[in-house]
Design a protein around this ligand. Structure first.
Ligand code: IDP
Ligand code: MG
Length: 139
């Protein structure tokens, strides 16, 4: 069943570089409602679990180290067609390939430190949202 929610994280580079407010503003400006929001930090174990699907990829170790290196903002977002529209708003994984007007084009450093996460399916949006939020933290 299609849902109208997706999950995002503003990654450690985005927070470090001072883009928290600007990115949240872009997300709200694009029509997404914030259903849950948290300023937090992933432990190494949590980063490993969150990205377990990439465990065999050569960049997995680097990804886990980076994603647990500093605070992040986690959020559940709502909008019609949320998963697909949010992937469009964030742009390609590598900011060098991201379209003008996307979050990664504006704020990402490189393919690894790329400012923001967006769920790739309704199913993963639900799993990832539950990873970060208890039921009473979602509005
Ligand atoms: P996505 O975030 O656009 O969905 P994925 O392929 O799912 O991209 O990869 C997850 C995350 O792993 C990326 O957002 C990025 O932070 C990191 N990553 C992906 N490919 C590379 C790479 O080639 N080198 C370093 N890090 C990478
Ligand atoms: Mg992905």
């Amino acid at each position: 069943m299609a849902t109208n929610r997706t999950f995002t994280m503003l990654k450690p580079d985005a927070i470090e570089n001072g883009y928290m407010g600007k990115i949240i503003d872009m997300i709200i400006g694009a029509g997404f409602d914030i259903k849950a929001l948290k300023y937090t930090k992933l432990s190494v174990e949590q980063a490993k679990e969150f990205y377990a699907v990439h465990a065999e990829r050569p960049f997995y170790g680097e990804l886990v180290e980076y994603m647990s290196s500093g605070p992040i903002v986690a959020a559940i977002l709502e909008k019609d067609n949320a998963v697909e529209d949010f992937r469009k708003l964030i742009g390609a994984t590598d900011p060098a390939e991201a379209a003008e007007g996307t979050i990664r084009k504006a704020f990402a450093e490189n393919k690894g430190r790329n400012a923001v996460h967006g769920s790739d399916s309704d199913e993963n949006a639900e799993i990832e949202g539950k990873f970060h939020f208890a039921a009473n933290e979602v509005f």
